[in-house]
Design a protein around this ligand. Structure first.
Ligand SMILES: [Zn+2]
Ligand SMILES: [Zn+2]
Length: 182
C-alpha cells in the first residue's frame, strides 16, 4: 500500500493493513507453514508529515510460525508491539532538521527515495526487526540430540552411552582390578 507524499501533506491519516505472511517475501523466508490462525500481520498506522519527513506511528500485531530454535519444529510467535518510525527523504541524509534530531531517541529514522511511502514494506521491515532471536515451540523443548539427531520431544535418544565418561566408570575399573592385588 503506497501513499503519495502530496496525499500525506494534505493532513494526518490512519490506515489499517491486514497482510498475509506468505505475501511478504522477506517474512515468508523466515516463516514456516502456517497453522489455521497464524500467518497474519496487521497494522494500525497513523501517518503525518513531520518537519518535511513522514512520521508513522501505531501498533503491529503478528501471528506467525517460525522454526523452534531448539528442535526446528514450528513454533508460534505472537507479538503486539508499538511502532514509531520516521521516513525521511534521502536529501535529508546529511542534513536532518533539528526537530527530527531531537526526537531521534524515540523514533527510528529511515530514508526513502521518490514520492511514495510504502506502508506494506515498512510494516514488513518493522516485523522483521521485532521478531525474537530465540523462539521455543514449548517451554521445555528438549531439542535435537547432537549424536543421533532425534527430536527428543518425540523419541528417546538412541546414542550408545560412552561409559568412559561416566562417574562410576573409574569405580568400576577399581572393582574389576582392585589395587594391590597384583
Ligand atoms: Zn522445539
Ligand atoms: Zn542421541
Amino acid at each position: 500500500m503506497k501513499l503519495h507524499l502530496s496525499k500525506i501533506a494534505e493532513g494526518p491519516s490512519r490506515h489499517h493493513l491486514c497482510l498475509r505472511v506468505a505475501a511478504l517475501p522477506r517474512l515468508a523466508e523466515v516463516a514456516v507453514a502456517d497453522g489455521p490462525e497464524t500467518g497474519e500481520v496487521s497494522a494500525d498506522l497513523d501517518v503525518r508529515m513531520l518537519a518535511g519527513a513522514v512520521e508513522v506511528r501505531g501498533a503491529l500485531r503478528v501471528a506467525m510460525r517460525v522454526p523452534c530454535t531448539m528442535c526446528l519444529e514450528p513454533a508460534e510467535v505472537r507479538l503486539e508491539e508499538p511502532v514509531a518510525v520516521v521516513q525521511a527523504p534521502v536529501s535529508m541524509l546529511n542534513d536532518l532538521p533539528d526537530d527530527l534530531q531531537l526526537s531521534q531517541s524515540d523514533l527510528n529514522i529511515d530514508y526513502f527515495e521518490g514520492n511514495e511511502i510504502d506502508l506494506v514494506a515498512l510494516t514488513e521491515e518493522q516485523v522483521l526487526l521485532m521478531l525474537p532471536e530465540v523462539v521455543y515451540c514449548r517451554e521445555d523443548c528438549q531439542g535435537i540430540c547432537g549424536g543421533c539427531k532425534r527430536n527428543l520431544n518425540e523419541s528417546e535418544c538412541v546414542c550408545v552411552p560412552d561409559n568412559s565418561d561416566h562417574p562410576f566408570a573409574a569405580m568400576k575399573s577399581l572393582l574389576d582390578d582392585p589395587p594391590g592385588r597384583s
